[in-house]
Design a protein around this ligand. Structure first.
Ligand SMILES: [Zn+2]
Length: 426
């Protein structure tokens, strides 16, 4: 077995016979704003060349002395020969309580170059070609536009799917914000569904814009941040063309005209104790009783899809996120950071993404909802009404307070009860 450091993502990589020590790479955050550079530097990609059936021991972010301190079997390993097709290495991966130290022994599944990672990191040019060839195969319903370029001059390619020259409205979908989270599988599954007969029916009413790789430099550089260290989710610098063109061009595209609904997917890749779930904004973040009514229906649908789990509060209403800007400025209904859990596997996560898309758009279709109903002037007719004023606001605050207390209690109780005895990882 031979290590291939040039193709690996690690700050330190060495081998002692067939025991490999790998240390994750720390990515540097941008000087201003919240970029969470350390939190988003949890992954590694190990490249090696070996022989099938060789036994390998992998110690990630730890030494031999740490082995007795590992308490949990709570991580996953994936392998690939091309960084396109990834499969799970079905072995226990022991971790510390934070999940950062990882320890596994496995049999090398292939001969030749093999990539091993604690996530699924797709090759950038493969993904870029994948979406270009999708457009080429579906020219009747799908167009490709380059809305701008990233800081390192990679195109920001947007797919527009439509089956009607005058659609009722438009929906925006983004993925690939944090490239180490393989949420781009959501874009792949949803566009496939959109060109199937039921999807084409939806496209006769709504146009769907998809930005599958919102951070192309991150894919190419193997980082969750942009090439200058900006975390596009937490620090969406929409007005800075020079430092954050990725945000600037997307925002400029959003301006004409703003979408009715905005969806964005992410993936848990090391927090496997978390059920796949949405981040939900408070209903009171939307203006007008009708918009709130639709949002509550959508929230309920997403919570049901996620077996009662959801996240809320400040993380779901982050002041510098696109999700917040788009709702505050236009009243666009936005669901960002729906998180998959990689433990479910790719096919189940893709089915989940399609079901979410179908469920949310069904609610729009049923009532033929368009921007006039939802968006603020000049894009629509939504206005501040009684639902935005005290004491009616309590109708929204009180049930939220109760359901939040219940959710908090329930999720923490479950977490503490099961933290060391998860049935998932046996
Ligand atoms: Zn993410």
């Amino acid at each position: 077995m031979k290590l291939l450091p040039d193709q690996s993502v690690a700050s330190n990589l060495r081998a002692d016979r067939n025991t490999i020590y790998i240390q994750r790479r720390h990515h540097t955050g941008f000087s201003t704003g919240v970029n969470k550079a350390d939190e988003y530097s949890w992954f590694f990609l190990l490249a090696l060349s070996g022989t099938k059936n060789e036994s390998i021991t992998l110690l990630a972010n730890m030494s031999q002395a740490d082995i007795p301190t590992l308490t949990r079997n709570n991580s996953l390993l994936f392998y690939s020969t091309d960084q396109i097709n990834w499969r799970r290495l079905a072995v226990p991966v022991l971790t510390d309580s934070a999940g950062l130290k990882q320890y596994a022994t496995f049999i090398l599944p292939v001969t030749g170059t093999c990539y091993i990672s604690n996530t699924i990191f797709y090759d950038y040019s493969y993904l870029d070609d994948y979406f270009a060839s999708f457009v080429a195969r579906h020219t009747a319903y799908c167009q490709k536009t380059t809305i701008g370029t990233s800081l390192q001059n990679r195109p920001l390619r947007l797919l527009t799917l439509s089956n009607n020259a005058n659609p009722l409205d438009r929906i925006l979908l983004t993925t690939g914000c944090h490239p180490a989270e393989p949420d781009v599988i959501a874009s792949q599954a949803i566009i496939d569904w959109l060109v199937s007969p039921p999807g084409l029916k939806l496209l006769t009413r709504y146009q769907v814009d998809v930005l599958p790789l919102s951070n192309p430099d991150g894919f190419a550089n193997r980082s969750c941040l942009t090439s200058n260290g900006i975390n596009l989710y937490w620090n969406f610098m929409k007005d800075d063309q020079k430092k954050c063109p990725e945000a600037f061009y997307l925002w400029r595209y959003i301006l004409n005209p703003p979408p009715l609904l905005y969806l964005d997917f992410h993936s848990y890749v090391h927090q496997y104790h978390r059920h796949p779930m949405p981040y939900l904004k408070d209903t009171i973040a939307y203006r007008g009783a009708f918009t709130k009514h639709i949002v509550k229906q959508m929230d309920r649908y997403l919570i049901k899809q996620s077996r009662g789990f959801y996240r809320f509060g400040k993380l779901a209403m982050w002041p510098d996120s696109l999700s917040r800007h788009i709702t505050q400025q236009f009243n666009t209904i936005s669901y960002t950071k729906y998180h998959f859990n990689l433990y479910e596997g790719i096919p189940a996560s893709q089915t989940r993404a399609v079901n979410i898309f179908i469920g949310l758009t069904k609610l729009l279709l049923r009532q033929s909802i368009n921007h006039q109903h939802i968006l603020l002037a000049p894009h629509g007719h939504a206005i501040l009404d009684h639902s935005d004023r005290w004491p009616f606001t309590w109708f929204y605050y009180l049930p939220q307070l109760l359901s939040k207390s219940y959710m908090f209690g329930k999720s923490y109780w479950r977490y503490y009860r099961h933290r060391n005895q998860s049935h998932l990882f046996r």
